[in-house]
Design a binder for this molecule. Structure first.
Ligand code: FAD
Length: 392
């Protein structure tokens, strides 16, 4: 059966993967490699949503904004995801070899810079919780920061370095997984939207905008639509969808050596292998009348202002393009990973906010779980049951 087959003949597979982003493409690859009969359905093209529109950063640290808003108890719960994120970055390091494509993986180290003593104190409190969770982080004095990152503003007071953080290309990873999945025998049906799911004695019968499908297992890797797919089997999941934007400069000579963030205001900055500087950090885009993410000029001005404040040389660099995308979230910032208690055979994989970092390993893990294999993590904090309610 070929991709984009439009016949209405029933399709059958062991494992139906919903979503052609990085999580779904990775799941399809690992399942096909394990010898399963896999079909992936994607309503658009591959990598057209968050997986192809993100800023390409590997984030493992506790994110500062929720840490300040939600407090230390929230952080001590959230760090139960850190072992998975550490392994996820280690997993990225193997992928260019595994998939036979240079994914531009670089562990540059992540630098969270602080400007005031109050901000430094918050970084110290955060670092203590991260270290207790097994993450290597180093507090930096003003002098350390000047030595390690002379391109940062001399007004900065210090920072926190997480050596494991870094970056890869969001444009390359999901397509590389999809190519490898196909070469392992997975089928990929593009422009095929999943519309309805019925439970049967043998598993599921699925209606799509193309052919109906019968399968034993469903792997819901639908990004911001994970909750919409789960709702089709009667389970409500509170998946958030945040419209964000990323700003990209012209290529310049090597300048930004780390994944840079700032404790004073939202910011992430990294330089791609080709020299462009990606500037983001969670600045919102606007919604147009059709609900699409549209460029926000105030976020553009705000993001560039903060970037030039932290990295003064960026003030003289020209902006080349801007893109927007919807980021998946959960209310407690923890992932959802595993089988739905209410619906045996239905698996969910969704890592909020830091999903690019997690997706390749997350896809492998959800595939393993769907094959009945054990995974080396405590999944209790990631269970959908922590907030799911049966809707029908
Ligand atoms: C601007 C921005 C910047 C970000 N920066 C970072 C970062 O630097 N680091 C980081 O770790 N994370 C970052 N993220 C988050 C990260 O991009 C996402 O968490 C991650 O890509 C989610 O991957 P996914 O494969 O689970 O979902 P997606 O990439 O959203 O893929 C889901 C796919 O499912 C498809 N789908 C949905 N419904 C259906 C249906 N009914 N039928 C068929 N197909 C369906 C969609 O079309 C989509 O292609 C950022 C996100 C954004 C938007």
């Amino acid at each position: 059966m070929t991709e984009n087959d439009s016949s209405r003949a029933m399709r059958r597979c062991d494992s139906l993967v919903v979503g052609g982003g990085l999580t779904g493409c990775a799941a399809a690859y690992y399942l096909a490699k394990a010898g399963l009969d896999v079909l992936l359905v994607e309503r658009n093209d591959l990598n057209t949503e968050a997986s192809g529109r993100n800023a390409g950063g590997f984030h493992v640290q506790i994110q500062l904004e929720p840490f300040l808003l939600e407090g230390e108890e929230w952080a001590r719960n959230w760090v139960r995801a850190i072992p998975l994120l550490i392994d996820a970055v280690r997993h990225w390091e193997t992928l260019s070899g595994e998939l036979g494509a240079d994914l531009e993986v670089r562990l540059t180290g992540g630098l969270l810079a602080a400007e005031t003593t109050e901000q430094l104190a918050a970084l110290e409190r955060k670092a203590a919780i991260e270290r207790a969770a097994g993450l290597e982080v180093e507090l930096l004095s003003r002098r350390d920061l000047r030595r390690i990152a002379p391109y940062l503003s001399s007004a900065l007071a210090g920072g926190l370095l997480c050596p494991l953080e870094g970056k890869a290309s969001p444009l390359l990873a999901a397509p590389a997984f999809a190519r490898a999945a196909r070469s392992q025998g997975a089928r990929i049906a593009l422009h095929t939207e999943l519309l309805a799911i019925e439970r049967t004695a043998a598993g599921f019968r699925v209606e799509t905008s193309g052919s109906p499908i019968e399968c034993e297992r469903v792997l819901d890797c639908a990004g911001t639509a994970v909750g919409d797919i789960a709702a089709l089997v009667g389970v409500e999941l509170p998946i958030e969808s945040l419209p964000l934007q990323v700003h990209v400069t012209e290529p310049i000579a090597p300048l930004v050596r780390h994944l840079v963030a700032f404790a004073g205001e939202p910011l992430t900055v990294k330089q791609s292998a080709h020299g462009s500087v990606l500037i983001g950090g969670g600045w919102p885009s606007e919604l147009d009348d059709a609900g699409r993410a549209d460029v926000s000029l105030s976020s553009l001005r705000g993001n560039l202002r903060v970037a030039a404040h932290v990295i003064p040389a960026l003030a003289n660099v020209r902006l080349l393009r801007i893109w927007t995308g919807f980021c998946n979230g959960t209310p407690d910032h923890r992932p959802i990973l595993g089988e739905l208690d209410e619906v045996p055979g239905f698996f969910v994989a969704s890592f909020p906010y830091l999903g690019f970092t997690a997706a390749p390993l997350l896809g492998k893990l959800v595939g393993d779980l769907s094959r009945g294999l054990a995974v080396p993590y405590d999944l209790a904090p990631f269970a959908a049951g922590r907030f799911s309610t049966t809707a029908v």
